[in-house]
Write a protein that binds this ligand. Structure first.
Ligand SMILES: Nc1ncnc2c1ncn2[C@@H]1O[C@H](COP(=O)(O)OP(=O)(O)OP(=O)(O)O)[C@@H](O)[C@H]1O
Length: 249
């Protein structure tokens, strides 16, 4: 693992977004460095999803700037946006595998949608097998999602994200709903992905144990701003009541 502090893969500056009178983001700033695992914590309704949606062009901020791999995301054309999105992988809450498709078909699906990135590849099997091997689940290739446990589904979802070789991965509550042992498996996998692929990751989580293990750096989102940032160690030993509230278990 090596974090390149000279290279920001995401740069968010002074982001504002409101819905009517609901001022959700009030000048939010964030940098994600190449190879870094950055954890964002914020209580429910604090604007984490709105921030992510602005980041990937699903919401338009009222003001501020967002750059992803050097490209301005706010004034970006459809074609270029689609291209950048192939470099950004998502792992959503709940995994969201297609129940009517086998594991193999679930993994082939994003490949077919992003054929351009894989021009010249006629046989997708090696890519599918490699992605499944990376999450330790090659043996499930011909199973249906209903035959998998919750943790296995999430690992397959991660394989489906990895198959597009993203440079950035956005994890939304990766351990929600999993028991502690399965959570640990997912967290270990996230770490090994960072090491193997040198991906940069933005991880939204309420899970203090996950943050402790995975975070190279953390940002606490409070009242629409990055209220505090630092290492897990620094933040978890703070005496500020608003910061302490995040680390109560
Ligand atoms: N499209 C929308 N229209 C109106 N209000 C919205 C919209 N999207 C989000 N909001 C509001 O923005 C605020 C932040 O929502 P957001 O979903 O970003 O919270 P969150 O931090 O992701 O919460 P959680 O941890 O519960 O997922 C909430 O008050 C929500 O009601």
């Amino acid at each position: 693992m090596s974090i390149n502090h000279q290279h920001k893969v995401i740069h968010i500056e002074n982001l504002y977004k409101k819905f009517g009178d609901n001022h959700v983001l009030n000048g939010f700033n964030m940098d994600l460095y190449e190879g870094e695992n950055l954890v964002i914590m914020g209580k429910s309704g604090s604007g984490k999803s709105v921030m992510i949606k602005c980041l990937v062009g699903l919401e338009t901020p009222d003001s501020g700037s967002i750059e992803v791999m050097g490209r301005n995301m706010i004034h970006i054309g459809r074609e270029e946006l689609n291209q950048i999105r192939t470099d950004i992988g998502f792992l959503f809450q709940g995994s969201a595998l297609y129940d009517s498709m086998s594991v193999r078909e679930n993994l082939e699906f994003p490949l077919r949608r992003h054929l351009k990135k894989f021009e010249g590849i006629t046989d997708t099997t090696p890519l599918v097998e490699e992605a499944l091997t990376n999450v330790g689940l090659l043996h499930t290739i011909d199973l249906m999602p209903e035959e998998l446990s919750g943790g296995m589904k999430r690992r397959v979802a991660l394989a489906r994200t990895l198959i597009l070789r993203p440079k950035i991965i956005l994890y939304d509550e990766p351990t929600t709903g999993l028991d502690p042992i399965t959570s640990k498996e997912i967290i270990d996998l996230m770490k090994s992905i960072q090491n193997t692929y040198n991906t940069s990751s933005l991880i939204i989580t309420h899970d203090v144990d996950c943050a402790r293990v995975i975070a190279n750096r953390m940002i606490l989102l409070v009242d629409g701003i990055n209220y505090a940032q630092g290492s897990f160690q620094e933040l978890s030993s703070s005496n500020d009541p608003k910061i302490k509230a995040f680390f109560k278990t």
